[in-house]
Ligand binder design. Sequence first.
Ligand code: DAT
Ligand code: MG
Length: 139
Amino acid sequence: MSTEKTLILIKPDGIRRGLVGEVISRIESKGYLIEALRMLNADRALLEKHYAEHVGKPFYEPLVEFMMSGPIIVIVASGERVIEGFRSLAGVTDPTLAVPGTIRGDLARDQGTKVVQNIVHGSDSPESAAREIAIFFPK
Ligand code: DAT
Ligand code: MG
């Protein structure tokens, strides 16, 4: 059985605030392996694929605008149960409620914006991980 993989994004707020090293350090310190990493400016078409499940929600357009507001870093990390493990490292979606000790709990807060700015994305299931990795790292 091959080791599980997940797709992690460091969002534009994470880059603007100089938290790239901190986020990568937390992934590595936990013991996950960085398998691939690239920086890019995501366009609308790419984000529409990545966030397909959220199309039509009130925060969808602000989310896309936010994700296009600067470069992002795309990471594939691997390890046993890395999908749930990284979600645990990241903390819950709302940074106000994310537990201290997590990336979102320690490093983000409510900015009063229409979309929550919470530093990182992590795949939420094996199906999402496979789909998202294929979007950002097409064969
Ligand atoms: P997660 O990133 O924790 O998997 P999600 O997939 O439900 O959360 O949503 C994608 C992103 O959209 C999330 O990281 C922040 C933003 N978001 C989600 N729900 C929101 C809401 N109710 N209001 C504003 N932004 C929201
Ligand atoms: Mg999600």
